[in-house]
Design a protein around this ligand. Sequence first.
Ligand code: ARG
Length: 588
Amino acid sequence: MPSIAEQLSGVLGDAFASLELPRELGRVTPSKQNPERFPFQCNGAMPAAKQAGKPPREIAQAVLDRISGDALIEKAEIAGPGFINLLPAGAAINARAAEIASDDRAGAPQVSEPRKVMIDFGGPNVAKPMHVGHLRSSVLGDSLQRLFRFRGDTVISDIHLGDWGLQMGHLITELEEEQPDLPYFDAAITDGYPSEPPVDIEDLARLYPQASKKAKEDADRLAKSRRATAELQAGRAGYRALLRHFIDVSVAALKKDFGDLGVQFDLWKGESDVNDLIDGLVADFKARGVAEESEGAWVVRVARDGDKKELAPLILVTSEGSSLYGTTDLATILDRKQTVGPDLTLYVVDLAQSDHFEQVFRAADKAGLAPEGSLEHVKFGTVNGTDGKRLRTRDGGTFRLADLIASAIERADERLKEAGLAEDVGAEEHDRVARMVGLAAIKFADLQNYRTTNYVFDLDRFTSFEGKTGPYLLYAAVRVKSLMRRAAEAGVEPGPISAEAAEERDLVLALDAFGAALEQACENRAPNAICDHAFTLAQAFSKFYSACPILSAGTDAVKRSRLALAEATLKQLELCLGLLGLEAPERM
Ligand code: ARG
């Protein structure tokens, strides 16, 4: 069954069509003006008036005449210049409520033609610690994969590790300086390397910044890392063996970090996985004239007439023979085409990389690898400190993801104690709740802004149980859960829904808007629509809960109807939380 707004749009669309006006003008949307009396409105009479050359109120009246008596509509009225205000019939509201209550998807539609959607997100780099940018990508990308999957598409998520660039050369050369006797550095040795990794994750975290610092101060040191990178890429056996160790050690640590964050990937591929495709791709680009030689390097020219800003050519192979970030991205597009065949690929990456993706997408289009429009850069803004600048640690470094999460959980723990929550659940359960609240705080704070908006990292605000926050929503769900338990103890079961009070009706209408929010979130690749929806729903429930007693209602029928409404709300709220990657505890 379509939503009430869609059903009304159908009736109004018919009316417009019968007046020989475009059906789309009958589109009905929730109304902001006077939602208590008329929760919906249609604004089609104004554009229709322009087309028909008649006053808008006259058209609105003609539409009204045609819809009068329709079982779906209780009352309709013309307002102002020609707005059509609508109140749906009680029976229609109850029928929709019954459907939402009995549907596993709580009223959310599913796409009729599923697509294969590849989502490239997270993108941590081997050896470099993850920072807030990776947090945004992970939280946003994970929510998007949940949204598209829920909508019915086939989603393949890929972490796309950064494991092929200069940082690998840095690691190799730095390790050689520390432990020159390891077999990996002797070009004469080509196999039989130890299976135990020569480093652990702490070593990697130390080696990279050490080397990168030296390289900044010393051109020879930088040249050495560059050479090692080129030799690694060319296939030097010892370096390849080291790379395998570096990746394995990093991936093990990352799997733990992402697991703690509740973020999952289908593929743990990286830049290095497409190495074998690069030579063929480059040869093909050269042969077909897609790539051109330029000062010893091979480039793809991607600038176009009419560009507002000059877009530099994409460098495919440097004059030293190395491939770069753009090369691996192109080879990855080829790999995905051969192994997955996605209809759409979303890259959830910082908007600072806009030019990079523009270059890659244009080059992919030029080479016939992927048509324009099938690759999309889902951009996001920065996370700032209270000073309005990019979030930094006190000593000016980039924030580590793990520290950020730890501080959110710590603050959540304090908040729970302040609010007297999760006290009698036992220490272990208390810690689990603090985790859920802390993660909900940072994830929701990130997702509730439209993605390109920069926002200020403010744990005090994020962890509050009041206002539009993750913890508020978890608490809202926990309250309904506890109500459901009390109802079960009292032997009350959900029954047929009959929404009589205004608060009951408004709650059904809030539930009814889920599908539209889902569609908007997927369309804009922006989960903030679901954040807004979940918050509106929680508020509608809270109004309903204080105005309409449930277990102490006058009759059994009313008790059971209200309980069914509460149950439907909980189901939909939990679905929303799930789409945002949040989880509500049973109690807190
Ligand atoms: N590793 C990159 C970084 O940290 C992000 C990778 C994004 N994905 C891609 N296909 N380029 O900046």
